[in-house]
Design a binder for this molecule. Structure first.
Ligand SMILES: NC(=O)c1ccc[n+]([C@@H]2O[C@H](COP(=O)([O-])OP(=O)(O)OC[C@H]3O[C@@H](n4cnc5c(N)ncnc54)[C@H](O)[C@@H]3O)[C@@H](O)[C@H]2O)c1
Length: 338
């Protein structure tokens, strides 16, 4: 079966229409990335104007190619860590601009710290000047290697400041503190979402992410050994992209949620070993499993409590892992974006 981007985009568009989500002009920072490009596409499709800012640190021009030339879409190439003054007015500012993968933690820690601290401050300033709602895409990584799993929003984290993931985890924690400061001091309408592992079409497959699903799918399709870190008994919970974007849009726009913090992710937990076997089965691969050294500070378990998202947004994930992985595999088989 062939993957249909149109069908997935329609799921998000239907959600926007059903819940009467209205945005006149959104500023999407990091809009040429995996999640950002889905966000831009969904908004433009439902009639919102979108200004996308990205420096292609980890995003690719091809992800926004279909929007180029659309009168509702404007692209600005810029590093959000440096101040800027895009032309509004905006009613929503979304900060998604951050490299977000283990490979990048190792190679670009300073840029990651800047994007989520100085970059967040720059974005907050724009939101304040425009009196816009503000959404910050934080991460489950702010919980570090949690002692409480499933992990609720009230958990304060177990993070190694100076470990290999510290640049990302602490940057996002500082970003959250900036967002909260603008909310408290200036009354800005802010929302913080802690995204748990999300996957789907448009993820980069070239290894730059070092994220587990693109790696397993790519290795399986090429019949290369599937590299499992440690014994593979560590767990993750994977959310399909359409579920994530539906949640983000509802959270960003629903009235009465200023200052709120929520987890958005899928709460169905799977071991990495099980994931490898599932991907192998879905791709009909003959790949062997290869066990490698567990990276330092790799979290043992990741599983969100999502009752708050469910209560505040009437949101829950709808795409089961096997169904989402099938879409991902079909997309990889049919795409040139690899
Ligand atoms: N996908 C996930 O599972 C996940 C999980 C937790 C949090 N998040 C967060 O969601 C956001 C989007 O993640 P993604 O998965 O789409 O990653 P991504 O790498 O595909 O997208 C990030 C985008 O931000 C851009 N960017 C990075 N630094 C920038 C800078 N200084 N100036 C301008 N643009 C910059 C990149 O070029 C890229 O287009 C990130 O903030 C990430 O931390 C994602």
């Amino acid at each position: 079966m062939k993957y249909s981007f149109e069908e997935d985009l329609q799921i998000i568009s239907d959600h926007i229409t059903k819940f009467d989500i209205q945005i006149s002009h959104a500023l999407v920072l990091g809009g040429a990335g995996f999640l950002g490009s889905w966000m831009c596409d969904a908004l433009v499709r439902t009639g919102s104007q979108v200004t996308c800012v990205d420096n292609f640190a980890s995003g690719l021009p091809v992800t926004i190619k279909n929007l180029t030339g659309n009168p509702l879409f404007q692209f600005i190439e810029h590093d959000v860590s440096n101040p800027f003054n895009p032309e509004g007015p905006f009613d929503l500012v979304i900060h998604m601009a951050s490299r977000a993968s283990p490979f990048e933690f190792a190679h670009h820690p300073v840029e990651i710290l800047d994007a989520n601290t100085r970059g967040v401050r720059n974005a907050l300033t724009i939101a304040r000047e425009n009196d816009a709602k503000f959404l910050f895409t934080s991460t489950s990584e702010i919980y570090g290697d949690p002692f409480t799993v499933p992990t609720p929003e009230t958990y304060r984290g177990n993070v190694n400041t100076i470990g290999p993931r510290g640049c990302y985890d602490e940057a996002k924690r500082c970003g959250e503190a900036y967002v909260t400061a603008f909310h408290r001091q200036f009354g800005l309408d802010t929302r913080i979402v802690r995204i748990f592992n999300t996957y789907g079409p448009r993820m980069r497959m070239d290894g730059i992410y070092g994220r587990v699903i693109p790696r397993f799918v790519s290795q399986s399709l090429n019949n290369e050994p599937i590299s499992i870190f440690g014994d593979g008994l560590q767990t993750r919970s994977f959310c399909y992209v359409t579920d994530q974007i539906r949640g983000l849009l509802t959270f960003a726009t629903r009235d009465g949620l200023s200052g709120e913090v929520i987890n958005i992710g899928n709460n169905s937990e799977i071991t990495i070993f099980e994931l490898a076997n599932l991907v192998r089965r879905l791709t009909g691969s003959s790949s062997e499993l290869k066990f490698e050294l567990l990276p330092e500070d790799d979290p043992l378990r990741r599983n969100p409590v999502i009752t708050k998202a469910n209560r505040l947004l009437s949101w829950e994930p709808e795409i089961a892992l096997e169904a989402g992985l099938k879409k991902m595999v079909e997309w990889v088989r049919g795409t040139s974006l690899q």
